[in-house]
Design a protein around this ligand. Structure first.
Ligand SMILES: [Zn+2]
Length: 414
């Protein structure tokens, strides 16, 4: 089989600092060689692209993805019931393509209606529509009256509609987990508390310890992952003890939480840009001293302080946000990365590791995703400029000179 060679690359391999003058060889869907330009000899049937110093990095992973969200405002109908399922699938397919065009060759679902993630994953795999590799989520499992369950929803008589599946008690959580997995979920979503723009604030507790443990056990018994919306320290520690795999937000993490994440090997997806966008929106309306805004600002400022410590300690942080609200349209992905670099002061190379190596590991692909090394899957981005010096170059799709997924060009403008 002939190879594709990318030579003269500024290599950001997802692990190490930038290395100029590198060649990456791809054969089939795999990276088969990585090394200095003069260490990899061309073969007559190679297709060679001279990058002239352009950067090459792993395809990124959007680790908190709601494909069908669009324009959700402060007072939405129950999520997943805004439009009929076919319409929502068209939104999901469109926004999956948008993520791919922005360099995300994989996404990890964070809840969806009508098994859209799993069905879109099938359609992408069959070549029906283009899109990233998907780790599918299903409905979120929530308790009656939880932080997503607006008081007016009682009149909708929802049990399992749209993005909601109500579970109360151990048995209903076990059944709910199994049902979502049966419909294609590879990562189950639960809510342990409020906060991070949800009702009731972080001290509110949604699930009993027994429900939490049952949901985690039922998920792990079926060899799937479970992610949890969690903000308060008390709930973070409960989730660490119970074995939750992915922590969404974790706004009030402290050093003890960091140590817990490290010991458990947890993944953490702060999704911090949503908070910034909500604060900006409410402040614009003259509500900057509203208690909710003050609370969000305190959490936001705390995260800007603690995230560099968590990252330096080795917590497996990931990028991905609640794209699709009225304040955070799909496509604005770079704004989240810019928060971590420009406001939290984290080195761009570290944030690139979050988006590639860490989330690639979370994808459960036998460690074949997220870095550029011999034997890994060829998910690659050729980028004009050096994202390890200026993260913002990743925000303009025109800067992607090539996007490669599974060894195939999704885009080739070299
Ligand atoms: Zn979310």
């Amino acid at each position: 089989m002939s190879r594709i060679l990318f030579s003269g690359a500024n290599l950001l391999d997802g692990e190490n600092p930038a290395r100029p003058g590198q060649t990456i060889a791809v054969e089939g869907d795999q990276i088969v060689a990585v090394g200095a330009d003069d260490s990899i000899a061309n073969r007559p049937d190679d297709t060679v692209f001279q990058l002239d110093g352009a950067s090459i990095m792993p395809g990124m992973v959007q680790a908190h993805w709601h494909g069908s969200y669009r324009g959700l405002d402060f007072d939405p109908p129950p999520v997943g019931l805004e439009k009929p399922p076919g319409y929502l699938m068209l939104l999901a397919a469109t926004q999956a393509k948008l993520a791919l065009d922005h360099g995300f060759t994989s996404v990890i679902g964070a809840a969806t209606s009508d098994a859209l993630d799993a069905q879109l994953k099938m359609a992408i795999a069959d070549g029906v529509v283009p899109g990233p590799r998907i780790m599918a989520s299903g409905r979120w499992l929530i308790t009656t009256g939880d932080s997503n369950d607006l008081p007016e929803f009682v009149f909708w008589d929802i049990r399992a509609k749209g993005s909601q599946r109500y579970c109360d008690g151990v048995d209903e959580f076990i059944k709910g987990v199994r049902q979502e997995i049966r419909e294609g979920a590879e990562i189950v979503k639960i809510f342990m508390d409020g906060g991070h723009a949800l009702l009731h604030g972080p001290d509110f507790v949604s699930m009993t310890d027994a429900e939490l443990r049952a949901a985690v056990e039922a998920t792990h018994d079926r060899q799937k992952l479970i992610r949890c919306h969690v903000t308060a320290k008390k709930s973070i520690m409960k989730c660490i003890d119970a074995g939750v795999d992915v922590f969404d937000h974790a706004d009030r993490m402290d050093r003890e939480c960091i140590d817990g994440f490290l010991a458990a090997g947890s993944f953490v997806c702060p999704s911090l840009y949503l908070i910034k966008a909500i604060i900006a929106k409410l402040s614009e309306n003259g509500n900057e001293n509203d208690p909710m805004v003050l609370g969000l600002r305190a959490d936001y400022d705390h995260m800007l302080e603690i995230l560099p410590e968590a990252s330096a300690a080795g917590v497996k942080l990931m990028v991905g946000d609640d794209w699709g609200t009225a304040m955070t349209p799909h496509g604005d992905y770079i704004k989240e990365l810019e928060v971590y670099v420009n406001e939290a002061g984290i080195d761009p190379i570290e944030v690139i590791r979050w988006a590639t190596r860490n989330a690639g590991e979370c994808m459960q692909m036998d460690n074949r995703l997220g870095t550029i090394e011999t034997g890994k899957l060829a998910d690659l981005l050729v980028v004009r400029g050096d994202p390890s010096k200026n993260i913002s170059v990743l925000g303009d799709p025109a800067n992607f000179l090539a996007i490669v997924k599974d060894g195939q060009f999704v885009k080739e403008a070299l």
